[in-house]
Design a binder for this molecule. Sequence first.
Ligand code: FBP
Length: 319
Amino acid sequence: MAQLGMDLNRFILEEERRHPLATGSLTLALTAVETATKIISANVRMAGLANVLGKIDKVNIQGEEVQKLDEMSNNLLIQHLSDSGQFYGLASEELDDAIFPENGAGGKYVIAFDPLDGSSNIDVNVNIGTIFSIHKTEKENEEDFLQEGLRQVAAGYVVYGSSTMLVYTTGKGVNGFTLDPSVGMFLLSHPNIRLPDKGKIYSINEGNYTKWDAPLKRYIDALKQRGTKARYIGSMVADVHRTLIKGGIFAYPADEKNKQGKLRLLYEASPMSFLIDQAGGRATTGKDDILSIKPDSLHQRVPVFLGSRDDIDELLGFL
Ligand code: FBP
């Protein structure tokens, strides 16, 4: 068992040593994510002073107005991930299509990422984050991104909150590292994260209640009847981080307006589902396990229900 306080780079190297066939490529890939997110963290912390709040005159493929910090985080990730030479292709919430960096030709992996999740919370100083999902390269074209979540080789997020934390999995459990800004290192603070089988919290945007179907309304009414605590931050990274640590259920369902829900499969639902599954929880669209879905497009949306195993089982009983 890794000791508390172990730095992330040593932890990743020790993981690599446990794989006799490892080439060090995944280590370099994860280190590129670490470097980019440390720089993003420093900028987020200075946001109010460094003229990086507010929008730029641009609307992304999601139809969202792009925030300055979205754009800056996206550029930083593209730069550091490309420079690593480990990624054949990159896909981002902020890019219409995937890009294939010149020096990525020999790259073993493709990565899909949400450079800054929770954009609506940037200007009000509420937790935001970066989410990433890594798959092996096979066909060496855009199809490499359209693989089921259960084929991920690594996934994780970095939450920029009261502290900056990086939480990730390579399919061997989930570990959390807190950034110590005084030394600029991520140190192991949450080893082997496990969700409780049953939680006391539900997290959903109840402003959409009238647009939900009847079974979901009945489920949420039942939770309220028994006084279940409601918590909703409106940044998926922050709501999922709380769910990983404390248990309960987080949901962004389909509704009359968002027929497929709002959250994107490749760089939101799939990586978060891999983490939840690895920590003993469950993730579903209400019909299918999210990790078994084969994506049909880069920015595909899916309904999301994830969290403690017993809570998801109860929800499915209502749906
Ligand atoms: P982006 O900010 O990356 O576009 O993500 C979408 C998101 O902000 C999620 O983080 C969050 O869970 C959800 O949208 C909040 O949506 P709403 O404001 O409709 O509740």
